[in-house]
Design a protein around this ligand. Structure first.
Ligand SMILES: O=c1[nH]c(=O)c2[nH]c(=O)[nH]c2[nH]1
Length: 288
């Protein structure tokens, strides 16, 4: 039986790229973690130790930094398209380049009611993400957010579920719903998109749908959110969610002579439910 090399790719992971725009007194900061990879005909590097097709990961890293200066970072998506295009152009044997960007947001420090020109405080929690695939025949962009920690203290139930001999869970009429959401949405085109405005609009819709939709399960909340995004944004083909159900269990305070009508909870660390769903358009074929 023969043995052959299967799918492979290579690149530099998690370059920490910080770009300051300092053309005026009022500086701007874009703080990125950038991962690049190339795929294509790199068989000889694996089978014969022949590096002649291989653009080093060190060069990929250098290009990531050089493009932060040369092209700039108007948005993670725009930067990733430029970087991926350059890597593909520089590597004749690659069929595609993938660039994955996490953006860590900074806010201006407020001093005397105004945002300071060059002092910033890191915004906690959520990370904006972009994944760009530059192929010889086109560019595919997926935007997203991760670690978006959300909680609603009512307006959520979970009941009527399948029960068997091992089921101990009671129906919950009124529970805390909390998650650290990961959402990724695939754009149907890569040109003429205002990436920053699109991101802000989708993020706002995710938050407002979470807040205003009565939840009979996290599954229902995810589907409602996906529907809302696809209905409002015709340029988005598909949206996927990964949502840990961050359980908050009511603490039994009866031993201390106290009642607990939904006021004191233990926030469980693990295990957690993990709910995943993709919402897509009916006419949409799965993207390979
Ligand atoms: O929103 C929920 N979905 C579930 O599938 C599930 N399962 C569970 O035990 N709790 C919950 N909550």
């Amino acid at each position: 039986m023969g043995i052959r090399l299967g799918p492979n790719r290579y690149g530099k992971a998690e370059s920490r790229v910080v770009r300051i725009v300092r053309d005026t007194e009022r500086h701007e900061i874009r703080d990125l973690t950038v991962s690049t990879s190339l795929h294509g005909d790199f068989t000889a590097a694996h089978t014969d130790g022949d590096q002649s097709h291989v653009l080093p990961t060190d060069t990929q890293k250098n290009t990531a930094f050089a493009f932060a200066k040369k092209h700039g970072v108007a948005s993670p998506e725009d930067y990733a398209i430029a970087l991926g295009s350059r890597l593909l152009e520089a590597t004749p044997y690659a069929t595609g380049a993938e660039v994955v960007v996490d953006e860590h947001a900074w806010d201006r420090i407020e001093v005397d009611g105004a945002g300071h020109d060059h002092a910033f405080v890191r915004r906690g929690g959520e990370v904006r993400t972009a994944r760009v695939e530059v192929e010889r025949d086109g560019v595919h962009v997926t935007s997203g957010v991760k670690d978006l920690v959300l909680l609603k203290s009512t307006g959520s139930e979970f009941k009527g579920f399948l029960r068997d001999d091992y089921t101990t869970l009671d129906d919950a009429d009124d529970r805390i719903l909390a998650t650290a959401l990961r959402a990724t949405w695939r754009h149907s085109r890569a040109d003429g998109v205002d990436w920053n405005a699109s991101y802000a609009a989708v993020r706002a819709l995710v938050l407002s749908t979470f807040a205003t939709t009565y939840s009979r399960a996290l599954q229902e909340t995810l589907y409602a959110t996906g529907r809302a995004v696809l209905e409002a944004h015709e340029g988005i083909a598909e949206i996927s969610f990964v949502a840990p159900n961050k359980h908050h269990f009511l603490v039994d305070l009866a031993p201390f002579g106290l009642d607990n009508p939904g006021e004191v909870f233990i926030a469980a660390d693990r295990p957690y439910g993990l709910i995943e769903a993709t919402v897509t358009r009916e006419e949409e074929d799965r993207w390979p």
